[in-house]
Design a protein around this ligand. Sequence first.
Ligand code: COA
Length: 705
Amino acid sequence: MNLEVLNGLLRPKSIAVVGASDSEGKIGYTVVKNLLESGYEGDIYPINPKGGEIQGLKAYASVLDVPGDIDAAAMVVPAKFIPDVARECGQKGVRGLIVIASGFSEVGRDDLETEVVEIAHEFGMRVLGPNIVGILSNSDKCNASFAPFLPLEGKAALVSQSGALLIAMDASTYIRRVGFDKMISIGNMSDVNFADMVEWLDHDENTDCISLYVEGLRDGRRFMENARNAQKPIIALKSGTSAHGAAAAASHTGSLAGSGKIYDAAFDQAGVVMASNLNNLFDRTLALSLQPPMQGENLLIITNGGGVGVLATDSAERYGIPLHFAPEEVQEELKKHMPDFGSAKNPVDLTGMAGRDWYQDSVQYAFAHEWVDGLVILYCETAMTDPMDIARGIQAAVEASGVTDKPVSVSFVGGERSEEAMRWLVENGIPAYGEPDAAVNVIAALREYARNEDMAAHPFDPFTDVDEAAAREIIKKSRAASERGLTEVESKAIFEAYGMPVARTRLSETEEQAVELAEEIGYPVVMKIVSSDILHKSDAGGVKVDLNSADEVREAFTTIISNAKAYKEDADIQGVAVQHMAPWGTEVILGSVNDPTFGPTVMFGLGGIFVEILRDVTFRIAPVSPDQAFAMLSDINGAPILEGARGETPKDRNALAQLLSRYSQMVCDLADEIQETDANPVIVYEENEGAIIVDARIILKKVEQ
Ligand code: COA
């Protein structure tokens, strides 16, 4: 990406406002007024066919008449005029178009949008929008938008797909005291998208934390790559997480792949921290822009009130950083800064007697201690203490500790004096919240950030003992033979080509052939109908298990065929599969979908009711290394079943991790062919005894006509 061109668009030294107006109430009026009021120091060129003067500035009939260079053009003329003015901008040498106007793909005018981007690219320009509010930047004193004013100054940057939300957040920065340097509206993302913004903001000297409001991504893989490479924390609030596309899914996995789950996985893997709602986006942005990540698990809470201490303890558990007691030596030292009836455990309760000194001494000692990875300081306003005094004590202690690589957050519960003290703390670099839960939640965000960074660091090393050519050959033959898609036998052969253990399955067309195969595979066997017209084999009476002799196999063959015909008279029956009957173990499901935004993904969950009713599954964007796959196994609620809970023996999680990793390679290598897959069930045995795919389906992509 050319960062220079984006600099011209997003930090312009001169701006033309195309559609500038002197009529109050028009957006073309507001944008000029905002540029003037924000103190913009670059050149402003109002463009209006009438020429003359607009708000005291000389106006030009066309950008082509402007004497100086123009970096960016804010477009506030109706959509239908934009292609023509874009071309003029190109001829003028403008570097970027800020297309505020609506009336493009959001109302079905994709053609107009494409035309504008094509014109822009012809001249080497980039396009922000269309359908946006504009751009706001404190460091450039630039409000090139129709949002009323620049946000509260700070070091975060917001990129928002929703314009209205950006305007609302802009105003609320002053209430919430969360400072932003930039707010950028990206609307329809016809050209500049989140991937570009993350890369550009990562290089922006005035941004310390990148905050995103996302409805949907374009170019998911590039976004992930740029986010993973970014040196700055990124936080995203994702809306629209309902299960899109689920109804159309052909596989089990497809129906479980609501966009929410795949987005969660992609953000995790890219090291992006999630926010759960707007409040949370503000809270977490504040902490991520002021504090370093939390590198270990040990959170210490210091409080003057038992109640808020317990509330914060509950929150810590809820957000995945449960409290542990500090080592004896830490407790002994802390006891020196509290009365006898205090508690040096965790939370450390200094009691309602605590004044500035106790806070200051205990915070300074604890923050510097190597056992402590992060600190939450709570304070309930009391009649004997001045909140500002406590705040100053906390800040002095943090500074005196010399620690800069651990996070701290604060919650003061009280009235106006507490609010004022918290404002002071934030101005001095310490995030502070009126709600203890929020103070803990943001530390969890800093922990998630560190963990995600670790996870993103696992490279995928492809398996070399796989036979991609053999897999492709099976697909090619099947496509040539018919439109019916891959059978179970063919699907399993592809899994085998990727070195995955599969219950041996062969296709028989006659009773005698079935017996021969059963003898070759070894008893007991399972037999199943193979017909692309019958997806639910058991419902059709098309499955017989635990067959131990030639006679049983013959009888099963006849019964299965007649049941299938009774179930669907004109079913196209390819035969009956004879399969080795895997011994009983724990059932799990593996699967994949080729997601429109992120490409191939893999899924893991426990089988049976866990997947059917509880939908207890987890996704990753493929490929995943065996280490990442192993971590996936702990993601689901049912993880203790595999880990060996309540007298159960631990299951072979290493074998599952290997299987998942190979699976992920298969769906990536064959991404041009495979749409969805299910391996269901996969049976996993005790530790060191492996896992085996018992049933599998691969659904191919439709061939484009
Ligand atoms: N070059 C320069 N100026 C031109 C022009 C051209 N080719 N063609 C027209 N103009 C002038 C007009 O004469 C007018 O100036 P005037 O007030 O002096 O007459 C000005 O540009 C604006 O044009 P107008 O036709 O009055 O449009 P408008 O102000 O009613 O609406 C938009 C223009 C872009 C604001 C409107 O079409 C729109 O898209 N609104 C939605 C914006 C939005 O919500 N964005 C997304 C937020 S999330």
